[in-house]
Design a protein around this ligand. Structure first.
Ligand code: NAP
Length: 256
């Protein structure tokens, strides 16, 4: 018996076995959730299908979150196959490589719009679609953010601005979705070596620096984010919504 037996969830953001979304998927699956997955392109499909298949997922769909038609198709399929939805995991972010290395001051209009669209607006459109399938089911949504939204992290740049918008979206969405019994929260994860992280200039130094200064004197692993997500989507967190929960070995509390 698992604490998510009978619950149905969709995971956006698995790129490979190192993805935070994959660690979350495993944690949810171990507690009995039935999961669907999306992938952003053909190259990723080859990675995502075998991973999703290994935990018995039957619904594996393409979805570039900048394309409304693809998003609609995903939720239409879920409605047809499952009739409803309990869990949405949003673990998606993107910014052009040059915007994660040159000074923030140089961010182009195009680079700004792309980062905010993929990394922040996508949560709003996915939450809107998901909420329709969560009616009467005490649904729960979890997204992933990073400290670069609150404090300046060199090279995180436009992604920090996007994460600030994402966290504000969590609060506004929590207000809109609360009356329907749908909860939404963000996990602010410490640095984890993934494909997306590799795009940030100086990421190795970030790992080294945070491990040396965090109260727990170490970095986190993706499984720890998975367990926090499991808590947030479960009934154990039934009165928690609109929050940003730090899973970062305590790094964010430090001033000096
Ligand atoms: P990841 O494995 O590279 O996952 C990022 C995912 O976003 C990939 O599956 C990627 O697909 C997807 N994506 C990008 N553009 C997309 C689009 N237009 N449509 C649909 N999907 C798109 O990296 P990750 O580190 O696990 O990232 C997951 C989340 O955790 C992100 O929100 C990230 O900001 C957040 N986070 C990460 C860390 C960290 O240190 N790793 C710390 C805090 C928060 P493609 O590969 O096809 O682009």
């Amino acid at each position: 018996m698992g604490i998510l037996d009978g619950r149905k969830g969709i995971i956006f953001g698995v790129a490979n076995e190192r993805s935070i979304a994959w660690a979350i998927a495993r944690a949810l699956h171990e507690e009995g959730a039935e999961l669907a997955f999306t992938y952003a392109g053909e190259i990723l499909e080859k990675r995502v299908r075998p991973l999703a298949g290994s935990i018995g997922a039957k619904i594996i769909l393409p979805c570039d979150v900048t394309k409304d038609q693809e998003i609609e198709r995903v939720f239409q399929t879920l409605k047809g196959e499952w009739g409803g939805l309990d869990i949405l995991i949003h673990a998606i972010a993107y910014a052009a490589k040059e915007d994660l290395s040159q000074p923030y001051l140089q961010t182009s209009r195009e680079g700004f719009q792309l980062a905010l669209d993929v990394s922040a607006y996508s949560l709003t459109v996915l939450a809107r679609q998901a909420a329709q399938l969560m009616e009467g089911r005490s649904g729960s949504i979890v997204t992933l953010t990073y400290l670069g939204s609150e404090k300046v992290i060199p090279n995180y740049n436009v992604m920090g601005v996007a994460k600030a918008a994402l966290e504000a979206s969590v609060r506004y969405l929590a207000h809109d979705l609360g009356p329907r019994g749908v909860r939404i929260n963000a996990i602010s994860a410490g640095p984890v070596k993934t494909l997306a992280a590799a795009g940030i200039a100086g990421f190795k130094e970030m790992l080294h620096y945070s491990a040396g200064r965090a109260p727990l004197r170490r970095n986190i692993d993706a499984e720890e984010v998975g367990r926090a997500a499991l808590f947030l989507v479960s009934e154990m967190a039934s009165a928690i919504t609109g929050e940003v929960v730090h899973v970062d070995a305590g790094y964010n509390i430090m001033g000096m």
